[in-house]
Design a binder for this molecule. Structure first.
Ligand code: ZN
Length: 79
């Protein structure tokens, strides 16, 4: 009876320490990947390219991205 309880405690302790070891490994791996990844605050290249192609409407004076410029609704708008 006592031996069974001791064995159960040993098994639980073994599983507990095994789980702790695995979670520590996962944490170290996650930290490694975070260091390799580029910083999130750096602007993407697409946004910078789009900002350069902004065009101003001569009639209404609004700024729009050159690739997707739309008419503002006025009859003499060039877009
Ligand atoms: Zn316009």
């Amino acid at each position: 009876m006592f031996g069974k309880i001791l064995l159960t405690i040993a098994v639980i302790a073994f599983i507990w320490f095994g789980f702790k070891y695995l979670s520590r490994l996962a944490e170290l791996r996650r930290r490694d990947e975070a260091e390799k990844a580029p910083p999130p605050h750096s602007p993407p290249k697409d946004a910078a390219g789009e900002a350069e192609t902004m065009v101003e409407c001569r009639v209404c004076g609004t700024w729009q991205p050159g690739r997707s410029a739309r008419s503002c609704g006025r009859s003499d708008c060039p877009y």
